[in-house]
Design a protein around this ligand. Structure first.
Ligand SMILES: C[S@@+](CC[C@H](N)C(=O)[O-])C[C@H]1O[C@@H](n2cnc3c(N)ncnc32)[C@H](O)[C@@H]1O
Length: 226
C-alpha cells in the first residue's frame, strides 16, 4: 500500500517535471534528468558512461525516423524523443510481460506520450517484434520511408536478437545507425546478445561503448550501415 502511494507520488512528480522540460535541452541535461531523483521512474537500464556515448551519437545523427525495440521503463525512449528531429516519427515496440524486462503497465502510456515534443509523432506498439504483423505495422507507420536509427533491446536470446536484426535492419538507410544493447557477456543469465554481436559486427563499420568487458552486464554496440 505504502509502495503504491509512493509510486503514484513519484509518477505525479515526474509528469509535472516532464511538462516543465524545455524541448531544446542538450544531451548532457537530458542525462542529468534521467539519472536524477525526479527522473528515477524512467532511468535507463544502462550504465551512464555508456549511454552518454550513445547520446553523443544521437546528437550528431538527429534521427527523423527511429524505431526502438524494448520500451520497458521508457528511459531510452525519452532520450531518443528529445534528441530526434522536432518533427520526427518514432515508434517503440514492447511485448506486454515480455522476457528481459516485462514491458510496462497501461497507466504509463500517457506519460510516454509526453516524451514526444509537439510536432513529433510517437507510436507505442504493444506486441511481439518477431511477428510479421508487427513488421507490417512498422512499415505502415513509417510509410515505407527508411529509418535513420534502430535500437534493438527487446528479446535478448540469441535467436531473438538475430531475428530482430534480420527483420528490421533492412529498413535502415545507408549511414543510419543500428544499435544493440547488452553486448557484454552476461554470465548466469539468458542474455546471449554478446554471441550474436560478435558474429554480426564482423566486416562492418562498428563502435562499442563498454566500460569494462568483465562487468557482467550492459554494453552498447553500434553498426553504421553500409
Ligand atoms: C531490457 S528491456 C528494455 C530496456 C529499455 N530499452 C531501457 O534501456 O530502459 C527489454 C524489453 O523488451 C521487451 N521484449 C522482450 N521480448 C520482446 C519481443 N519479442 N517483442 C517486443 N518486445 C519484447 C520486454 O518486455 C522488455 O520490456
Amino acid at each position: 500500500m505504502l509502495d503504491t502511494l509512493r509510486l503514484k507520488r513519484a509518477f505525479r512528480r515526474l509528469n509535472r517535471e516532464l511538462e516543465g522540460i524545455r524541448p531544446d535541452l542538450s544531451g548532457a541535461d537530458l542525462l542529468n534528468f534521467v539519472y536524477s531523483k525526479p527522473g528515477s521512474l524512467i532511468t535507463p537500464w544502462q550504465y551512464r558512461e555508456e549511454v552518454e556515448q550513445l547520446v553523443a551519437e544521437l546528437e550528431k545523427l538527429k534521427p527523423a525516423r527511429a524505431l526502438e525495440i524494448g520500451t520497458a521503463n521508457g528511459g531510452t525512449l525519452f532520450l531518443l524523443c528529445r534528441l530526434a528531429e522536432s518533427d520526427a516519427r518514432i515508434m517503440s515496440i514492447d511485448l506486454p510481460e515480455g522476457k528481459f524486462g516485462g514491458g510496462y503497465p497501461e497507466w504509463k502510456i500517457p506519460m510516454y506520450h509526453r516524451f514526444a515534443t509537439s510536432d513529433q509523432e510517437l507510436e507505442l506498439l504493444r506486441g511481439d517484434s518477431h511477428r510479421l504483423e508487427t513488421l507490417q505495422r512498422v512499415e505502415t507507420f513509417f510509410q515505407k520511408e527508411e529509418l535513420d536509427y534502430l535500437f534493438i533491446d527487446g528479446d535478448h536470446s540469441y535467436e531473438g536478437v538475430k531475428q530482430d536484426y534480420e527483420m528490421y535492419s533492412p529498413l535502415v538507410r545507408k549511414g543510419g545507425l543500428i544499435v544493440f544493447h547488452d553486448i557484454v557477456e552476461h554470465p548466469d543469465s539468458d542474455c546471449q546478445v554478446d554471441r550474436y554481436w560478435h558474429e554480426v559486427k564482423e566486416g562492418k563499420n562498428y563502435k562499442e561503448f563498454v566500460r569494462d568487458w568483465e562487468q557482467g552486464k550492459y554494453g552498447i554496440g553500434l553498426i553504421i550501415k553500409d
